[in-house]
Design a protein around this ligand. Structure first.
Ligand code: KG4
Ligand code: ZN
Length: 332
């Protein structure tokens, strides 16, 4: 079955074709308009989705050598995300499904990030633990079987990617902060300063918190002044990144051991970070755990992961009806 995936939850307009075995196309158009604003502007995002979605779908069909009539089902992100942006994808999915007389299914964006690991490794089978670390979410999810997820922990304030973006803004690096901080951190000294690793009193043992770290970076750069800040930019980036990674790695490894799963998967935009990948790999090897992560294009938002998840549900005749509406705060 050829499934057309559509993803418009935030600032990437994406369409993909997945045939059950192979990702035949995965077109991603990242909206550059937000860079001038230091973050995603919801109204501009939905307007850009409207302009981009049809050309992006057309490109996915061309690249996968498919006519519209070769598509047998549609999978679309229904949440979480920006309401107006989700609405664009959902409306297009309904229109296409209606005109082609084929089924469609709404997919949870976070579940999509988990499925990206299956695209990377077709033999991947539960149980496994997933660390989802993106701009909007940071969660530890125990996947007992496909379609059945237990959230072991989540952030109580900022998401890991959000912390990267906010610190990137503080250091005047630009948006999104994650890739820029990673690059700068490569030239920095992780021993320059020790930023705090949050110890949470009133939260679960696998919960995360990054807002205190963000404040610690701000306090530090205010204390040393602009000149010293500029001299030590790579060191500050390295120490901030180190603090985020050490918390993500420690909690993920502990959750895997406590829940007796031997496989860890990484997902979401922050999973692109090579320092995180390597730190997780080193820690996992010490405990005889396996770790894997998708390629960068499958870690960040993309419709391939939505098409793969949709294929799973459509094959079981699990479909959505035309009442489907955006769910901006949808949980797993
Ligand atoms: O999964 P994603 O594309 O979108 C959401 O669902 O949020 O993740 C985007 C987030 C941004 O916060 C971005 O700064 C972060 O992923 N990110 C990174 C890296 N590349 C992207 N964070 C750290 N290191 C990176 N190399
Ligand atoms: Zn995402």
């Amino acid at each position: 079955m050829n499934v057309l995936g559509i993803e418009t939850s935030c600032d990437d307009t994406s369409a993909a074709v997945f045939d059950g075995r192979q990702l035949k196309a995965n077109i991603i158009s990242t909206q550059l308009v937000h860079r001038n604003f230091g973050g995603v502007v919801p109204e501009l995002a939905s307007r850009s989705h409207i302009q981009l979605i049809l050309p992006v779908i057309r490109q996915a069909l061309i690249q996968s050598n498919c006519e519209k009539s070769d598509i047998q089902g549609i999978a679309v992100t229904r949440g979480p995300g920006l309401a107006g942006s989700l609405l664009v994808g959902i409306s297009i999915a309904k229109g296409l499904a209606q005109s082609l007389q084929i089924p469609f299914v709404g997919i949870n964006h976070l579940e999509g990030h988990i499925w990206a690991n299956r695209l990377a490794d077709p033999d991947l089978a539960p149980p496994f633990l997933v660390l989802i670390a993106s701009g909007g979410h940071t969660q530890l999810v125990l996947t007992e079987k496909w379609g059945s997820y237990q959230i072991l922990g989540r952030t109580v304030d900022d998401a890991a990617g959000e912390a990267f973006d906010k610190v990137g803004k503080m250091l005047e690096l630009g948006y999104p902060g994650g890739p820029l901080i990673e690059k700068l951190a490569g030239e920095g000294d992780t021993k320059y300063i020790r930023f705090p690793r949050a110890r949470l009193k009133n939260a679960g043992e696998y919960d995360f918190s990054f807002s205190g770290l963000k404040t610690a970076v701000l306090t530090h750069i205010q204390a040393i002044g602009r000149e010293a800040r500029d001299t030590h930019l790579p060191d500050i980036a390295a120490c901030f990144q180190d603090a985020v990674i050490s918390v993500l790695v420690d909690k993920t490894i502990k959750a895997a051991k406590d829940n007796r799963v031997s496989r860890i998967c990484l997902a979401g935009g922050v999973a692109v970070n090579k320092a995180l990948q390597q730190a997780m790999l080193r820690a996992a090897m010490k405990k005889q755990l396996q770790v894997s992560w998708p390629s960068p294009a499958l870690c960040t938002d993309n419709a391939g992961m939505i098409a793969q998840a949709g294929h799973f549900y459509l094959e079981q005749n699990k479909t959505s009806d035309y009442n489907l509406s955006p769910m901006p705060s949808l949980n797993l």
